[in-house]
Ligand binder design. Structure first.
Ligand SMILES: [Zn+2]
Length: 276
């Protein structure tokens, strides 16, 4: 049985001391992974990590939370972000690398508007940067990894516009999906996958939504180091824990873990065109 963690950040500072051990542990348990870039330096380090291992791939992109200077707490560390706008010249240097399988994560995040900024200005900046990265993905024929919080209406519109214009031929995934059935269905019409993670364990609402989404549209992820699920809640997450997401998904769908592993791995291989 092989699993693929379709979204983690094993190149992050949270793994500074034992990054290679964490990766090797997951690989030895037959868990492959996609390490997701969130700004230019974490995109670069994702590639460097992917270069060292079979079974590890990278993505490059600029997360909406890194567009403006802000501070916020998460379960792992306090992050102080420096602001960055998507500079295609910087990402062009990385996109041709054989281990780069997608552009992202990027998208719209209306939930986390930084203090001291006019919300409408932040939202417009997010939209502009999202459009830039969608066009970049179209130009280089890569799928996209979308981060979207409380903004599905607009996010859908931006994706559809790009597809209608002949772009995004490789489509993509809405990672860490927390929307409703209707929104999942609309993304399915665009041929987008939906990524599920540890949020499933504590949201009955999301469980009910995911029960209705066909398995053929789903991929599994950890979003490590974030979103650790029981029995490891409160600790740093690792890609190998994606098995617990698979177990829960099996329960919700009423199928075996083997079937979840097989179908989600197949979906992830197709999504990122992995050479497997
Ligand atoms: Zn992420």
């Amino acid at each position: 049985m092989k699993f693929i963690d379709s979204h983690c950040h094993v190149q992050f500072r949270a793994y500074l001391d034992d990054m290679d051990e964490v990766v090797k542990r997951s690989l030895s348990e037959d868990v492959f992974m996609i390490s997701i870039g969130t700004q230019s330096d974490t995109s670069k380090s994702a590639i460097e990590l992917a270069e060292r291992y079979d079974g590890v791939w990278a993505t490059i992109g600029l997360h909406p939370n890194h567009l403006h200077k802000q501070e916020f707490f998460d379960t792992n560390e306090q992050i102080k972000t420096r602001s960055e706008t998507f500079d295609s010249a910087v990402y062009e240097k990385m996109v041709q690398h054989e281990k780069v399988v997608a552009i992202g994560e990027f998208g719209l995040d209306y939930y986390r508007i930084p203090d001291g900024y006019e919300p409408s200005v932040v939202i417009q900046d997010q939209i502009n940067d999202c459009i830039k990265q969608l066009k970049f993905a179209s130009k280089y024929n890569k799928p996209v990894v979308i981060h979207c919080r409380d903004a599905h209406e607009k996010q859908f519109e931006l994706l559809k516009n790009e597809i209608d214009a002949g772009g995004l031929t490789k489509r993509g995934v809405i990672h860490s999906f927390t929307g409703n059935v209707e929104e999942a269905t609309r993304y399915a019409e665009l041929e987008f996958y939906i990524g599920v993670n540890g949020i499933l364990t504590f949201s009955k609402e999301l469980q009910a939504v995911i029960k209705e989404v066909p398995l053929e549209q789903l991929v599994i992820e950890t979003d490590a180091p974030y979103l650790t699920l029981p029995p490891f809640r409160g600790k740093r997450n690792e890609p190998r824990y994606v098995k617990y997401v698979a177990e829960l998904l099996a329960e919700i769908k009423g199928v075996t873990v083997e079937e979840i592993a097989e179908v989600t791995a197949k979906n992830t291989i197709k999504l990122f065109n992995l050479p497997l």
